[in-house]
Design a protein around this ligand. Structure first.
Ligand code: FAD
Length: 494
């Protein structure tokens, strides 16, 4: 029976392991954390947006950097297949906002439990607390005193041979852990012989198998175990790693007004400008966090913004608080309300401005300073009262500051609140890693390496990433499915 080692028990690794077992392989799934799916557990704020039911035409624009590299994996295991798969393994699902799929229980842990039970039924042996340190290739024979163990005979304590119940500290070291291992390669390695692993007690040993699947994820939220190990492992085998950068991450404005922290906005528009050119427009929900501008629409523009910032380009976000109305409609409403309030109050003068209110609001042509009469075409109290109809209370003070400093008419400030961007959220808080193992070196019909005969890849470790909305997990599941199904191919297809 073919022996397969899968490295990383995230969504991609679990799908790969189970699929290889379904094809008849003897599968060991190695996970360095004490439990599988640590990142999966925090997806969708603990609810797990499993997939997105869009068809390829609508799904593919959300995949980066080259979506056609994902196409065969998607068609082999579509979003609908993902839903059917989870329903069949005992996880009911629900649809939200048209195409987003969540577990009916709204619990990411139920997704993990369903996958664990599936693996257990298939006889996959999952070993947690077991980190893969390196690949040993045939071009790089192991030193004589380092014992190797076939993964089929790998001891798993407290578990039957067919159990996928996670175990930890299960390695029994029979050879010296400190024995030197020759990893120097003579030319490009073509075949992996073993992996060197270390358990949570620091003990090391070598494990052999016929085929290996690398599914170690990216390097965001490193506390979940995704610390980027796979890039070094693949690079040591000769694979190219496309430059890594965090995406789906917060964008930090220059001189960020900390009073904005915690403000959530719905139905707003965010325009991304790079070097003063409009590059992307997104409407929906936005969050001002301690890290800057994020939330669904913040995340959606973040990939292009990070790329531009890394190139040293000028990046700014323009926030429109009322995208459903044109500036003219908004101005007419503002004037109307102003007139009504003046009639109501019996007042027609703007305190301190020496101008009539009607004149002051009528001049709004958007040029800074020109139509400004101080913060509000009336008293500050009046402005405050009027702004409450347009934005949440928490936004008003920072808004007035911006409007005053920019010299814009309130309507113009509302439709174009400009945030020059200084930086972005790092690995600790970004959702996804962009970049990774070059897809040019992967056979996209099988997910097998084009450089190493008995190696496949799955999930975020690859140079594939996507927008938020269930797309990234679909990439993990579909590439895992394809990688697991391709382990029995005798020959690498170029
Ligand atoms: C906060 C947050 C929310 C998210 N929400 C969603 C969402 O709702 N929907 C969506 O589609 N996507 C979401 N994502 C993205 C999604 O979680 C990832 O794209 C997905 O988990 C990638 O799966 P993976 O299996 O490739 O990698 P991972 O999930 O990162 O799993 C890799 C596994 O490999 C293990 N590993 C690493 N190195 C080694 C080693 N050397 N030896 C052994 N094991 C190793 C790790 O411990 C880890 O368990 C979210 C991400 C975050 C951070």
């Amino acid at each position: 029976m073919k022996e397969v080692i899968v490295i990383g028990a995230g969504p991609a690794g679990m799908l790969a392991a189970g699929t290889a077992a379904e094809k008849g392989a003897n599968v060991v799934l190695l996970e360095k954390m004490e439990k599988p799916g640590r990142k999966l557990a925090i997806t969708g704020k603990g609810r797990c947006n499993i997939t997105n039911l869009k068809n390829w035409e609508d799904f593919s624009p959300h995949v980066h950097p080259v979506n056609r590299y994902f196409k065969p994996a998607f068609y082999n295991f579509t979003s609908e297949d993902t839903v059917t798969f989870f329903n069949n393994i005992g996880l009911p699902t629900v649809l939200e906002r048209g195409t987003r799929v969540y577990p009916a229980s709204q619990r990411a842990f139920d997704v993990i439990d369903a996958l664990k039970s599936w693996l257990e039924r298939l006889g996959v042996r999952m070993i947690c607390g077991c980190q893969v340190l390196e690949f040993l290739t045939e071009a790089a024979p192991t030193s004589g005193d380092q014992e190797t163990t076939s993964c089929a005979n790998f001891p798993v304590s407290n578990a039957t041979a067919s159990s996928a119940a996670p175990t930890s500290g299960a390695l029994e070291i029979k050879a010296s852990a400190s024995a030197p291992i020759n990893t120097k390669k003579a030319g490009t390695p073509t075949r992996i012989k073993a992996v060197r692993v270390r358990n949570s007690r620091g003990e090391e040993r070598l494990l052999t198998a016929d085929h290996f699947i690398l599914a170690t994820g990216g390097k965001t939220y490193p506390g979940t175990g995704s610390t980027g190990d796979g890039y070094a492992l693949a690079s040591a085998l000769g694979h190219t790693i496309e430059p890594l950068f965090p995406t789906l991450t917060a964008l930090m404005p220059v001189d960020y007004d900390r009073r904005l922290e915690g403000v959530e906005l719905r139905n707003v528009r965010l325009d991304l400008y790079i070097e003063e050119v409009l590059r992307r427009s997104e409407e929906g929900e936005l969050l001002f966090s301690n890290l800057g501008i994020e939330g669904p629409i913040g995340f959606r523009v973040s990939r292009q913004a990070v790329v531009a910032l890394n190139k040293g380009q000028r990046v700014s976000l323009h926030l429109n608080l009322k995208p459903a109305l044109t500036r003219e409609q908004l101005m007419a409403r503002w004037k109307r309300e102003r007139e009504n309030s003046l009639v109501g109050s019996g007042s027609v003068s703007v305190p301190g401005s020496g101008m009539s209110a009607r004149n002051s609001v009528g001049a709004g042509n958007g040029s800074p300073g020109k139509n400004s009469v101080g913060p509000g075409n009336g008293s500050e109290a009046d402005l405050l009262k009027r702004l409450r109809a347009y934005m949440p209370e928490t936004l008003i003070t920072p808004f007035i500051k911006y409007q005053t400093v920019s010299g814009l008419h309130p309507v113009d400030a509302m439709t174009k609140w400009v945030f020059p961007i200084a930086s972005y959220g790092d690995w600790a808080r970004a959702v996804v890693t962009a970049g990774g193992i070059s897809m040019k070196e992967v056979d996209i019909r099988t997910m097998r390496s084009k450089l190493v005969e008995n190696l496949s890849f799955a999930g975020e470790v690859l140079d594939l990433d996507a927008d938020s909305g269930g797309y990234n997990l679909q990439i993990a599941f579909a590439t895992g499915r394809l990688a697991g199904g391709g382990t029995s191919c005798a020959k690498n297809q170029q």
